[in-house]
Design a protein around this ligand. Structure first.
Ligand code: SF4
Length: 244
């Protein structure tokens, strides 16, 4: 993380800082510069050398999101029936203890057998510069930027699986397997992968058409309000395949 700061010459002596960081508003994780005025976030702008190099509309409104009076700053526990909308504040210790207990119960009930078979945490949804989700993946000029869908995998995990940058691979989960092109990069942490979203449309070229990341996610386990899949709770494996 880099910080540039400078004193403003005006009478208010506003101090500005620029911090190299990552937007955390959605799972996209865009690299950004956060511009601070007197220690308060003023705006974020794209980090030019980040692979995505964008800030979306939500990122443009990051100041409103960060300082929203409705922003959750502490754990809440449901205090009524599901959907009733009643919650009570609890301590971080209580929240962590209850989550740990729940995880132990799930492990006891279902077993940990899935982990050896699918040891990587599945992430998806990062924005591409050349497409908007499944749209624009049939536009030749934009396809030149990324002709095929990638799975981003850390060099440690790639080496352990005999995978080199550019290899064809299957991303596999309990629900099936989908072909991608491996992009070996430090941009993802060891133990997790980032799978390009947007494939599966009928007008897309074959590589994208075959790469519908939704086949790997759990359609029965979604946020009840937004319908968003529970991405970071999914496990997967990446396997090199002998296809060009
Ligand atoms: S896509 Fe938008 S909200 Fe998501 S990380 Fe990037 S800038 Fe932030």
């Amino acid at each position: 993380m880099g910080i540039d700061s400078q004193q403003q010459p005006d009478s208010r002596k506003a101090e500005t800082q620029t911090i190299v960081s990552m937007c955390g508003i959605c799972p996209g994780g865009c690299g950004v510069r956060a511009h601070l005025v007197n220690g308060q976030l003023d705006r974020i702008t794209p980090l030019e050398d980040h692979p995505r190099g964008i800030v979306c509309t939500r990122g443009v409104h990051s100041r409103e999101i960060v300082y929203s009076p409705d922003r959750l700053k502490h754990p809440l526990k449901r205090a009524g029936a599901k959907g009733e909308g009643r919650f009570a504040r609890i301590s971080w210790d209580q929240a962590l203890d209850e989550i740990a207990q729940r995880l132990k119960e799930i492990k006891a009930r279902y077993g940990p057998e899935l982990l050896p078979e699918f040891p990587l945490v599945f992430n998806s949804g990062a924005r591409l510069q050349s497409a908007f989700r499944s749209q624009h993946l049939n536009i030749p000029g934009l396809l030149k930027m990324q002709p095929e869908p990638n799975v981003l995998i850390n060099p440690q995990d790639a080496e352990a699986r005999g995978i080199s940058d550019g290899d064809r691979v299957y991303v596999k989960s309990l629900r099936g397997q989908v072909p991608f092109r491996a992009k070996v990069t430090e941009w993802v942490v060891p133990g997790s992968v980032e799978v390009n979203v947007g494939g599966g449309g009928p007008l897309q070229p074959e590589a994208w058409r075959e790469a519908n990341a939704n086949y790997l996610t759990d359609m029965d386990n979604r946020d009840p309000i937004s319908g968003f899949p529970v991405l970071k709770a999914l496990l997967c494996e990446v396997q090199k395949v002998d296809i060009p």
